[in-house]
Ligand binder design. Structure first.
Ligand code: PLP
Length: 447
């Protein structure tokens, strides 16, 4: 029985898988809030490079991964697939549990898989600087790392309260040479306006997004980058599932259920999308998306057109949403606090091809600690949701069953969250029904 299924560097995929080629119904397009018409590539050109805009709408099943991208990915890929033998024993289950270890990357999560690809296409089109926003810093650090690998400058607007209270990922970004600003900043018109109105504003992801987009749109050599949700991001993440397929095949295993936590949906999609054709061919395989009870987008949201950001500045995306005005409680899995979900993930749920489940944060921390005390690795609070679901699936299994989950990141920079748990300070937030209903009333009228 092998504990780690490893691939040589030859096993690094040569092409990304684009699920759009295989969807039984096409994806509803993003639309302009003013005209209510599908957006055109030119609408996006001020903020994204053409190479990525083309990938966003591509219908090709396979998109070649450029050699320069594979070279940087090979710093940490292929990542190990582990068999969680100790966890299986602790649970007394007959199920076999595997996890794909995306915490193995330099920033410690799956996010550089897309950051590297995005920086490459920007650089190829002459972009000199990339801007983005970050909350707790997972995406910021992934982009800072990727920019350094390609010699592109990186500007990060980090939510002010995180900038001040969570210094470690900020320092990681700075170690990779990124320019960091607490948001609201005095670098943009929007930031200055917010500061004038409220000098003590702690910032929010919505404000930081608006600042990063303004910075990119007002500088010719600068573009903006987004770490989840969009089609091209999910496609870049399919290296996860493509490697997992090879690793399982190499030991003769066939997965019964694949599991991932969902914030915007990129790590979940990265794992499961390459297996979608099996499901369409009639194979019995399940895909389980896991989200927090406090931000239950897929399990309680509506499948509607909504803005991608809180400020209501982006094109409208058809997705499961709690309303762009919904501000989830401040749970520790910051990466799962998004009001919407990727259009591809939402579409798959609407088609009945995937399932979704929601958990409270304390039961997830319990699962995380059982995992750390058996398998050794301490997971990110986001990842703990996938672990909790994998444990539940194993305990429900009547006969042997192959469960695979995505280990999206480590928790070594989230130790203060574990501190709160140990001190008994963690709360489970009940589903905030009224707040969600209020936010859903503000959905833009489209259909
Ligand atoms: C950002 C993040 C997530 C959530 O983002 P997705 O796009 O849904 O994958 C999950 N886990 C970790 C460790 C993250 O950093």
């Amino acid at each position: 029985m092998e504990r780690k299924i490893l691939l040589s560097e030859e096993g690094l995929p040569k092409a990304w898988y684009n699920v759009q080629a295989d969807l039984p119904r096409p994806l509803p397009p993003p639309i302009r809030p003013d005209t209510k018409k599908p957006i055109s590539p030119e609408d996006l050109a001020p903020i994204f490079p053409m190479g990525l805009i083309e990938q966003e709408v591509s219908q090709d099943r396979w998109v070649e991964i450029p050699e320069e991208v594979r070279e940087v990915l090979s710093l940490y890929r292929p990542t190990p697939l582990h068999r969680a033998i100790n966890l299986e024993k602790a649970l007394g289950t007959r199920a076999r549990i595997y996890y794909k270890n995306e915490s193995f990357s330099p920033p410690g999560s799956h996010k550089p898989n897309t950051a590297i690809a995005q920086v490459y296409y920007n650089k190829k089109e002459g972009v000199k600087r990339i801007t983005t926003e970050t909350g707790a810093g997972q995406w910021g650090s992934a982009l800072a790392f990727a920019c350094k690998m390609f010699g592109v400058a990186c500007t990060i607007y980090m939510v002010k309260v995180s900038y001040e209270q969570k210094p470690y990922r900020r320092l990681l970004c700075q170690s990779w040479g990124a320019e960091m600003y607490p948001s609201p900043s005095d670098k943009t018109n929007f930031g200055r306006k917010v500061r004038q109105e409220n000098p003590d504003c702690p910032g929010s992801l919505g404000i930081a997004i608006s600042e990063a987009i303004e910075d990119a749109a007002t500088h010719d050599d600068t573009k903006y980058s987004l770490g989840s949700v969009l089609n091209h991001v999910l496609m870049h993440q399919t290296v996860i599932g493509l490697e997992t397929e090879k690793q399982l095949a190499s030991i003769g295993e066939k997965p019964d259920v694949l599991i991932g936590c969902v914030g915007g949906g990129s790590n979940f999609a990265g794992l499961i999308l390459p297996f979608i054709p099996r499901k369409l061919d009639g194979e019995k395989i399940r895909f389980l998306a896991v989200e927090p009870q406090s931000c239950p987008t897929l399990t309680r949201g509506l499948y509607k057109y909504d803005f991608g950001d809180t400020a209501g500045t982006t094109p409208l995306l058809k997705m499961f949403t709690l309303g762009h005005g919904f501000i989830p409680p401040g749970i520790h899995a910051g990466g799962l606090r998004y009001h919407g979900a990727a259009p591809i993930v939402s579409h798959l749920l609407d088609l009945g091809l995937i399932e979704a489940v929601a958990y409270h944060q304390t039961e997830c921390f319990q699962a995380a600690l059982l995992f750390a005390r058996t398998e050794g690795f301490l997971p990110a609070p986001e990842t703990s949701h996938a672990i909790k679901a994998a444990i539940d699936e194993a305990q429900k299994a009547e006969k042997d069953k192959v469960i695979v989950f995505n280990y999206s990141g480590h928790g070594l920079l989230d130790l203060s969250a574990y501190d709160s748990y140990f001190r008994g300070q963690l709360q489970d937030y009940a589903y905030p029904r009224e707040k969600i209903e209020e936010a859903l009333r503000q959905l833009p009228a489209v259909e």
